[in-house]
Design a protein around this ligand. Structure first.
Ligand code: AN7
Length: 354
């Protein structure tokens, strides 16, 4: 039996005796130490928090389990969300597990194929909105006000309560908070949740300090960095293609209270980090997740000194979410050979480079 966040961190969550202790085995994800990328920027201790190891392949499960448990406690029968993909996959899974009807609104044509496959497989009702994520979020907010459907976007406070448990795990794993936390920023719920988690753990005496929060938005979808909403956000990292983040204020608070920063990374920098993570570290993530590492590399290149520091990069989702991208940018040829030993041997020896 693998216990989930409701069991492990009950004392820090808004649970009552009536909250069902449901779990699909979320949380308790690996914290893997970098062997090569960190060394390249002169940092001995870079870690990757592999949130792609959650049941539906992203960090969203931590918050969804709490939101759905509370929905069950409150006798809800249906849940709804807008999503760039991962929230809908997670809602669909926990909705199915809980026996709830799940309705998801996704931006048509701008959701990675693996995520759409998940929502369909779990039996969610999928509505492809001919608009972007920001519009879909406006629409579900209105619908959830009008009808008895529980909204499970991160404007539902139980979502962030669950997501903050990732900060607890990092402190529990390292023995204290790291110096820096690098994290992608889209709707800004996760950076808000991590900051809440680090703060609560420090207040509880489980950590002696809090990290500086380094958040990264895609250059074409960087409302927080620009200081105003972006009407038509664009980036290859479809998960963070968001122009008007719901938790904007939370992100500013995390940045300012921690003495950190929120910066941009270009699609080129995201793709570079995406490849490096897979090829140098054995970590295959989705492009939005690579923004955290792209940002770390950018700041190091700009001369920020990470030597002697402990850095954790949050790898928010697995690379299998977006198989089309991996194939599109493939720059290593696929060798097609007839099935006889001679042909295969010739190709293999050529590749082996003896
Ligand atoms: C892999 O699923 O917004 O700043 O609707 O899927 O908390 O929004 C996803 C966001 C980072 C950004 N990495 O987190 C959604 C959605 C991945 C993500 C983010 C998302 P937030």
């Amino acid at each position: 039996m693998r216990e989930g966040v409701l069991h492990r961190y009950a004392a820090f969550l808004p649970l009552t005796p009536q909250t069902p202790r449901i779990s699909l085995g979320e949380g308790n994800t690996p914290l893997v130490k970098s062997r090569r990328l960190g060394a390249e920027i002169g940092c001995e201790e870079v870690y990757f928090k592999l949130e792609g190891c959650n049941p539906t392949g992203s960090f969203k499960d931590r918050g969804m389990v709490v939101a759905v448990a509370k929905a069950l406690e409150n006798k809800a029968r249906a849940i709804i969300c807008a999503s760039t993909g991962n929230t809908s996959a997670s809602a669909a899974a926990y909705g199915a597990y809980a026996g709830l009807t799940t309705i998801v609104l996704v931006p048509q044509g701008n959701i990675a194929r693996g995520k759409l496959a998940q929502a369909i497989a779990y039996g969610a009702r999928v509505v492809a909105v001919q608009g972007n994520f920001d519009r879909a979020l406006e629409l579900v907010r209105i619908l959830a006000q009008r009808y008895p459907i529980t909204l499970v976007n991160s404007v539902n406070p139980y979502r962030l309560e669950g997501q903050k448990t990732a900060a607890f795990e990092i402190v529990d794993g390292l023995g204290d908070a790291p110096d820096y936390l690098c994290i992608p920023v889209g709707n800004a719920g996760n950076i808000t949740a991590y900051w809440k988690g680090f703060t609560e753990y420090a207040q509880a005496g489980r950590a002696t300090r809090r990290p500086k929060m380094l958040g990264f938005q895609a250059e074409g979808a960087a409302p927080i960095v620009r200081g105003h909403p972006v009407k038509d956000p664009q980036t290859i990292a479809s998960a963070i293609r968001i122009g008007n983040p719901a938790s904007w204020q939370g992100a500013l608070r995390a940045r300012d209270e921690s003495g950190g920063r929120i910066d941009t990374v270009t699609d080129e920098e995201i793709l570079e980090a995406y490849k490096l993570l897979a090829r140098m570290e054995g970590v295959f993530c989705e492009p939005a997740s690579a923004a955290s590492v792209a940002g770390l590399l950018k700041l190091a290149r700009q001369g920020m000194d990470f030597s002697g520091k402990r850095v954790v990069c949050v790898i928010t989702g697995t690379g299998l979410k977006d198989p089309d991208l991996a194939n599109q940018i493939a720059d290593i040829p696929l060798h097609q050979v007839p099935p006889d030993l001679e042909s295969v041997e010739e190709v293999v020896l050529g590749l082996w480079g003896r």
